[in-house]
Design a protein around this ligand. Structure first.
Ligand SMILES: [Zn+2]
Length: 161
C-alpha cells in the first residue's frame, strides 16, 4: 500500500469510527428513554404534596427527614415520578448532610442544569425521563468519582434487589 493510500484509508477508518461514536452518543439516551410528559394537574394527582413540591417545583425536603437516609440494603433507587432507576445502592454513602447521597448515578439516567437559586451557582439534576427534580450534584464526594449527588429522599423510591 502506498503511503498516500494508507493515509486515505486510515482517515476513512477514523472518521467512520467517529461517526459511529457520535451516532451512539446521540441515539443511546433517546432510544433507551422515552420521555414521560404530564400536565401539572396530572402530576398533582399522582404524587403526594411533598413529592410534587420537590419533583415538579424543585423544592428541598428537610435534612434528616427521609427514611432513605438509613436505607442500606442492596437494591436500586428509582424516580418517584416515573420509576426510572437512577442510582444503585453500591454508590450510596453517608455524607452526613441528612440527604441520601450517591457518588455516581446510573449512566444517562439524570440530566443537569445550572441553578442560580442561591447566590452561588449549583448544578441541579433531574430524572432524564420525566424531568422530575432530584437534587444537586457537588464535587466534594468520595472516590472514585469525587462527586456527591445530594438527593431528596422523597423524590426516590427504593426497590430491594
Ligand atoms: Zn422520572
Amino acid at each position: 500500500m502506498s503511503r498516500r493510500r494508507f493515509l486515505v484509508r486510515s482517515l476513512a477508518l477514523a472518521s467512520a469510527a467517529a461517526a459511529r461514536l457520535s451516532l451512539a452518543a446521540a441515539v443511546a439516551p433517546t432510544a433507551a428513554i422515552v420521555p414521560v410528559v404530564r400536565s401539572e394537574e396530572e402530576w398533582k394527582k399522582r404524587l403526594t404534596p411533598a413529592q410534587f413540591s420537590v419533583l415538579r417545583h424543585e423544592g428541598t425536603e428537610r435534612p434528616f427527614s427521609s427514611p432513605l437516609n438509613d436505607e442500606k440494603r442492596n437494591g436500586t433507587f428509582t424516580c418517584a415520578g416515573c420509576d426510572l432507576p437512577l442510582f444503585e445502592s453500591r454508590t450510596k454513602y453517608d455524607s452526613g448532610t441528612g440527604w441520601p447521597s450517591f457518588w455516581d448515578c446510573i449512566a444517562g439516567r439524570v440530566a443537569t442544569k445550572v441553578d442560580y437559586r442561591l447566590v452561588w451557582p449549583r448544578t441541579e439534576y433531574h430524572c432524564a425521563r420525566c424531568g422530575g427534580h432530584q437534587g444537586h450534584v457537588f464535587d466534594d464526594g468520595p472516590k472514585p468519582t469525587g462527586l456527591r449527588y445530594c438527593n431528596n429522599g422523597v423524590a426516590l423510591k427504593f426497590v430491594p434487589a
